[in-house]
Design a protein around this ligand. Structure first.
Ligand SMILES: *Cc1c(COP(=O)(O)O)cnc(C)c1O
Length: 378
């Protein structure tokens, strides 16, 4: 058995090495390193894959979130609701733009933002909601979109972990996550489901005017060369990264399928144990692309388990160890920590196991064997 990796980018690379080399060579032969034909070709392919009108590539997922928010022309102090249990980038960009982050609790089963908590947090100053498709599972978009419509709010999807997932509405219609709100952001960080060999990100929208505005923002606020209409940023997807992503986009469904198979295998082996809660999926099998396979370990066994896995050379990760409302940068003395009972509990229970498209049956069986062995003895 090969050593187990949290994410095995090396093994994945071996299968597509020749295709990646050809695509990168093409960029170097044309020497169009910035906004050239490769970036445009990847953009078109991704628009087609997602069935969205506009993909605007940019430098990374955090930029994508910031630029998506800038596109909505919110005013300083406007309130933006997001989840207390997510990666800090989601809330960071809200604060950077002098907007007011309003953190709310998540659902115990899905780990995703709780629509009931959103509704309670809405005030006359609320302007937007940022649901995160956490760990690869589509958030409760129908409820969120209904709330947004009722209260006239923007919805910005943080799709950094959810690319390729489908959301199914109660009437049976389906759409890819990232195409449901007004605008969304994704990341091509190497370990994401569609990962580059460096940084990358993109913004998606079906709104033509917003897409036009955002295309200017990513390029120093220029709509005509050297005429700067708004204060913009410099955020571009590197052409060599676009070459890698264009190759890997062809494999995205295959990669996500492999992740789902691995998740099913884990669940089959771990389900039913009194100290383990396996990931809960709300929708059909395409509603979760398992960016992470995250267990809850009950009865305060999580940290002991982490140590035991470490001793057996089994990688793991704690996503996330501290609720955002308790992070030094975002702590608000007026907030009562009791408002976040679920997040406060999850940070002590969650553990993410190795999850990637190259995980073998042997490796999964070994991980589960060691994990169950520890929990049965403890
Ligand atoms: C990775 C990630 C981001 C940020 O992406 P970068 O490309 O690393 O800037 C934002 N939100 C979530 C939920 C993420 O997982």
């Amino acid at each position: 058995m090969d050593p187990i990796q949290m994410v095995d980018l090396k093994k994945q690379y071996k299968f597509i090495k020749d295709e990646v080399a050809l695509a990168m060579q093409e960029v170097m032969d044309t020497s169009a390193f910035i906004n050239g034909p490769m970036v445009q070709a990847f953009q078109k392919d991704l628009e087609h894959y997602l069935n969205v009108k506009h993909v605007i590539p940019c430098a990374n997922g955090t930029d994508a979130l910031q630029i998506a928010l800038m596109g909505l022309k919110l005013a300083p102090g406007d309130e933006v609701i997001t989840a207390d249990f997510t990666f800090a980038a989601t809330v960071e960009v809200i604060s950077l733009l002098k907007l007011k982050p309003v953190l709310v609790d998540v659902d115990m089963h899905t780990f995703n933002i709780d629509p009931k908590a959103i509704e309670k947090a809405i005030t006359p100053r609320t302007k937007a909601i940022i649901p995160v498709h956490l760990f690869g599972q589509a958030a409760a978009m129908e409820e969120i979109l209904d709330l947004a419509k009722k209260h006239n709010l923007f919805v910005i999807e943080d799709n950094a972990q959810g690319i390729g997932a489908d959301y199914t509405f109660s009437n049976g219609s389906k759409a890819k996550t990232g195409t449901l709100g007004h605008v969304s952001a994704t990341s091509f960080f190497p370990s994401k489901n569609l990962g580059a060999y460096g940084d990358g990100g993109a913004i998606f929208t079906n709104d033509d005017d917003l897409a036009h505005f955002i295309r200017g923002i990513v390029n120093h606020g220029m709509y005509k060369r050297y005429y700067h209409d708004v204060v913009g940023v410099n955020s571009r997807l590197d052409a060599l990264q676009a070459a890698v992503l264009k190759v890997k986009l062809h494999y995205l469904d295959f990669y996500n399928e492999r992740r789902k198979e691995a998740a099913l295998r884990y669940t089959k082996l771990l389900n039913g144990h009194p100290k383990i809660v396996t990931p809960f999926r709300v929708g059909d099998c395409n509603s979760h692309v398992y960016h992470q396979y995250t267990l809850r370990i009950l009865e305060e066994n999580r940290d002991g388990l982490a140590q035991a896995l470490n001793a057996k050379k089994i990688p793991y990760a704690i996503y996330y160890p501290v609720p955002l409302h308790q992070q030094k940068a975002y702590v608000d003395p007026k907030l009562d920590t009791l408002t976040f009972p679920v997040t406060n509990q999850l940070v002590n229970e969650v553990i993410s196991l190795p999850m990637h498209s190259e995980l073998s049956v042997d490796q999964i069986e070994y991980i589960c064997y060691e994990l169950l062995d520890f929990l049965d003895k403890s």
